[in-house]
Design a protein around this ligand. Structure first.
Ligand code: CO
Length: 664
């Protein structure tokens, strides 16, 4: 670093034409993927990226991250947007800055390992749709899960950025698992696989500044590749961590534009630009151009998202991360999940048991999907275990993990837990040690047959193959076979202004529900509005082309905790949203079905019924698989007998306690 005392502050200028630094810091902007994924539950819409795209293209970013991670899932599920279309659209505005995406190795952009044929076609189509850099990670840092995608990335001429998930078991870098040697070894493995650059991904914001210095120095000395740091802000260490990494010679860092920065997201770019001005790591960026982008975002975009921001707390940082090492997204997922089960008071017990569950499951890093796997299993243990039975309700994903379907864990899985999880497991009771995808049957042709003409091209087919239930729903909407629910449609700045006005009136007590209020129509859209931690539920109904208020008032009491809408891509609707409309139940008359009910132990979405009405079942046979917080839970028959009623369809959302089936 330049000795800062030598900086001539008088001659120093902000202008973009200032002398170029000897070794300028490269920056990847990740506002348009990780930024809104972290802060706004991945709800960023393409139309809200376009207003700044061309200006961002002028800044000189090393890359912009615009896709991957949870975007693929959230877009088709919650926004009614085709994920492929976003890539093509943004490519028309970003003419020179390379695109980067987050690829979850063999999990692609989903939550399980997909078969090789799906993985190959996915990468190929992603490049063809405009992707340049594949930041590829595996939740277990098991790089056998890269063996299928990497050759395709390379063959397509794209950039393979090998990623190491950063995790700890001690408060600081060290101990006998996740120490400096571990990370050097992983980096060398990536280099040997042909990585074009290496990214250290500190998703949970655990990396402290001096550890960053030591780690980056060691990586620069041991591998000859570009070193890239991705470190979330959650714990509050991030800006210091980045600065020490810069001093140690890190080549690229990830930052966000200010409105997408901080909290569980990332450090903002602008302070780095100023801090490094005139040094040998000067970014060379035009700070005025950045300010213009911020202004557009603040004025034209952010008002539409502010209601999604978790403003239940004053603190910008979460010291729970320092205490429990749980990533921000996982924290809000846990809180939501407990709240939906009316068990928020168990949160401390979940924190207490989480390290043990993680250890039982092989001390795995906590990152999507392993963070959900460990988190949900811990919640299940806390809620359903009895004094004489531990791991009473094991999720399908934990079974898969115990079988080896996610890869090799850093330390062996607790053999007792493994044995229990694999009892009666459909693939076999003996865990595998080979590359996980080797045991997966090809999936594409089966998917092609199932979806038929509804998939017009390979992009549709992949969407369905990755997300069969929600993907099919989306394709029905995309091709007009099903209306697009209003809840998926964007809101406008006018909507926001109207809501703000309503909230103001509600708070002033000026808004009283009129006895003669018109009946709520089917099209009523309910908005959750959060004001200084207070929650209002506002219904807006379209009449004669202009929205009118049908009701507005404080929402039902919600415990003082992060709002549901701030969680990354929750599967179930936020608690204040109206109950999902049920499709007509199948032929069976449920009212008359007598017998033992199988109630939903948790809110979630029906994945599939494994039995049909009339089937004979034994106690313990799986009746239905329900997805809660992205994890699948197989629900067993409470008694033996005959299935007398099946009350829902695949894709339906159910509340806790709703009767899913009746056994007589
Ligand atoms: Co991230």
């Amino acid at each position: 670093m330049t000795d800062h005392s030598e900086l001539n502050l008088v001659e120093m200028n902000y202008d973009a034409d200032r002398p170029k630094a000897a070794n300028p810091l490269k920056v990847e902007d990740i506002s348009l993927r990780d930024g809104h994924q972290s802060l706004f539950a991945t709800r960023g819409r393409t139309e809200d990226m376009i207003p700044v795209a061309e200006r961002m293209d002028e800044i000189g970013f090393w890359a912009v991250e615009v896709w991957g991670g949870a975007t693929f899932d959230a877009m088709h599920r919650f926004l009614g947007e085709d994920p492929w279309e976003r890539l093509r659209t943004l490519k028309r505005y970003f003419k020179k800055t390379p695109f980067s995406m987050l690829l979850r190795g063999q999990n692609l952009v989903g939550y399980r390992n997909y078969a090789d044929d799906v993985a190959e076609l996915f990468v190929k189509r992603t490049v063809e749709n405009g992707m340049d850099i594949f930041r590829t990670f595996d939740a277990l840092n098991d790089y056998r899960n890269f063996e299928t995608v990497v050759p395709v990335i390379k063959e397509c001429g794209a950039h393979f950025q090998g990623c190491i998930c950063y995790t700890l078991t001690e408060p600081r870098l060290g101990g006998d698992t996740y120490n400096l040697d571990y990370y050097i070894k992983k980096a060398k493995e990536l280099e040997a696989m042909g990585a074009d650059s290496i990214c250290v991904k500190d998703m949970a914001s655990l990396m402290s500044p001096y550890d960053a210095y030591q780690l980056v120095k060691a990586l620069k000395e041991n591998v000859g590749l570009l070193i890239h740091l991705h470190s979330h802000f959650t714990s509050g260490m991030s800006s210091m961590t980045h600065l020490k990494a810069i001093e140690a010679g890190v080549d690229v860092i990830d930052t966000c534009m200010t409105p997408y920065a901080y909290r569980t997201s990332h450090a903002a770019l602008e302070p780095f630009v100023m801090s490094l001005l005139g040094t040998d790591r000067d970014t060379g960026f035009d700070i005025k151009a950045l300010a213009d982008i911020n202004e557009i975002l603040e004025r034209d975009v952010m008002p539409k998202y502010k209601h999604l921001l978790d403003d239940s707390k004053v603190s910008l940082i979460d010291i729970n991360v320092l205490l429990h090492q749980t990533p921000g997204g996982m924290l809000s997922n846990l809180v939501n999940q407990l709240r939906e089960m009316d068990a928020l008071d168990k949160i401390d017990e979940v924190y207490r048991q989480l390290p043990q569950v993680r250890k039982d499951l092989g001390q795995i890093p906590l990152v999507t999907p392993t963070s959900q796997i460990v988190g949900t299993q811990t919640v299940n243990n806390v809620l359903f275990d009895t004094p004489d039975e531990k791991y009473k309700m094991i999720t399908g994903q934990v079974k898969d993990l115990c079988y080896g379907l996610y890869g090799k864990t850093s330390v062996p899985i607790n053999p007792e837990v493994q044995k229990k999880a694999l009892k009666g497991y459909e693939r076999g009771e003996e865990p595998i040690s080979c590359r996980p995808a080797e045991v997966l049957e090809p999936e594409l042709e089966k998917a092609r047959e199932e979806i038929g003409d509804l998939a017009v091209d390979d992009d549709d087919l992949i969407l369905y193959a990755l997300f069969p239930v929600t993907g099919k729903k989306f394709l029905m909407q995309k091709y007009g076979k099903e209306p697009v629910p209003d809840s998926l449609k964007p809101i406008t700045l006018e909507d926001v202004a109207k809501q703000d006005e309503l909230v103001k009136k509600a708070r002033n007590g000026e808004l009283i529900e009129k006895a003669a209020a018109p009946e709520k129509s089917e099209n009523t859209r309910t908005f959750n509005v959060f004001v200084e931690g207070e929650h209002f539920e506002v219904g807006v109904d379209e009449v004669g082309g202009s929205p009118v208020i049908s009701y507005a008032g404080p929402a039902p009491a919600v415990p003082a905790a992060p709002v549901a809408s701030a969680a990354p891509a929750p599967v179930t609707p936020p608690p204040a949203a109206p109950a999902p409309k049920k499709e007509a139940p199948p032929a069976t008359d449920t009212a008359s079905a007598e017998g033992t009910p199988l109630p939903a132990p948790m809110p979630g979405m029906i994945i599939k019924y494994q039995k049909k009405v009339g089937d004979t079942v034994n106690q313990g046979d799986t009746i239905v698989v329900i997805e809660a917080m992205k994890m699948e839970n197989a629900l067993p028959a409470p008694v033996g007998g005959r299935v007398a009623a099946i009350n829902f369809n695949s894709g339906d959302n159910v509340a806790k306690g709703e009767v899913l089936a009746v056994i007589s």
